[in-house]
Design a binder for this molecule. Structure first.
Ligand code: IPD
Ligand code: CA
Ligand code: CA
Length: 269
């Protein structure tokens, strides 16, 4: 078995070295699937850098990366990478953006690292060893539903689902404390892990958005599932429903199911 405790130290060194790329200030922006879906030259540069360095750590590993359809997930080990999660924030100089790296062993996350270079937050987890923020153990909050902060989004890249999201957000908002839309799924799930927020819903996200922070959240004691309570997979987009504990997860999921009876899309990567 690979020594994940040693491996994560090397991954952290590599991700911190990407600082030089994300803080360069000169990048170009291109549109992808929609007007809102963008990629910058920094996204591509970070991805290329991470892939070449991470491959050296585990030469027989594959990759599942957001940019340039880099999908090679047939090996025992797969790196799941979002080179910049929160690209719109990044492109507008807003600090809520992260580099997200997960290592899957036979499709199960064993290491998660989420680095927010402009906030100096390094979230990390090794399966079975707890979750950390800047080296210190973190855990989810003990907030009740009515005192919860709810992180969510309006389906930016598929605006046809915005009405469903609006109805869900409005209903949850009336039953909890308040809601937030920070613009980085990976960071928001880490905020949930660290007790900074307590509930999470998004209608369509991809494995690179959540693979690393899922493990960090799980190791911090939180819950994160698909629409029908299923465990997350790493080969298609999914609904995400998350909470600080099972009771709040079930309350949130009951509200979501009122407006979203079944997955509104069928897609693979
Ligand atoms: C997006 C961010 C955003 C979420 C979207 C993601 P990107 O990732 O995580 O918060 O609402 O679903 O696609 O495009 O910035 O890597
Ligand atoms: Ca991205
Ligand atoms: Ca993303």
């Amino acid at each position: 078995m690979a020594d994940y405790i040693t491996l994560i130290k090397d991954i952290i060194k590599i991700v911190k070295n990407a600082d030089g790329i994300v803080k360069k200030h000169n990048f170009t922006i291109q549109k992808k699937s929609t007007n809102e879906d963008i990629v910058t030259s920094a996204d591509i540069e970070v991805q290329n850098y991470l892939c070449s360095e991470l491959k050296k750590l585990l030469p027989s590993s594959g990759f599942l990366c957001e940019e340039q359809h880099l999908i090679d997930n047939k090996n025992e080990f797969t790196w799941v990478i979002d080179p910049i999660d929160g690209t719109t924030n990044f492109s507008r100089n807003i600090s809520e953006c992260v580099i997200s790296i997960a290592l899957l062993s036979r499709n199960v996350p064993v290491i998660g690292v989420v680095y927010a270079p402009f906030k100096h937050y390094l979230f990390s987890a090794v399966a079975g060893h707890g979750a950390k923020l800047n080296g210190k153990r973190i855990c989810v909050s003990d907030k009740t539903f009515k005192d919860s902060l709810f992180c969510t989004a309006m389906s930016l890249y598929r605006k046809e689902y915005a009405e469903i999201c609006r109805d869900i957000i409005f209903d949850v908002y009336n039953k909890c404390n308040d809601f937030r839309r920070f613009g980085s799924c990976a960071l928001e799930l880490c905020y949930l892990a660290a007790g900074k927020c307590d509930l999470y819903f998004e209608i369509r996200v991809f494995p690179w958005d959540y693979a690393a922070s899922y493990l960090i959240l799980k190791e911090a004691g939180g819950v994160l599932k698909g629409l029908n309570g299923e465990n997350l997979s790493y080969d298609k987009p999914t609904v995400l429903v998350g909470a600080n504990n099972l009771e709040n997860y079930e309350k949130l999921n009951d509200i979501i199911k009122k407006y979203l009876k079944e997955l509104p899309y069928t897609e693979n990567l």
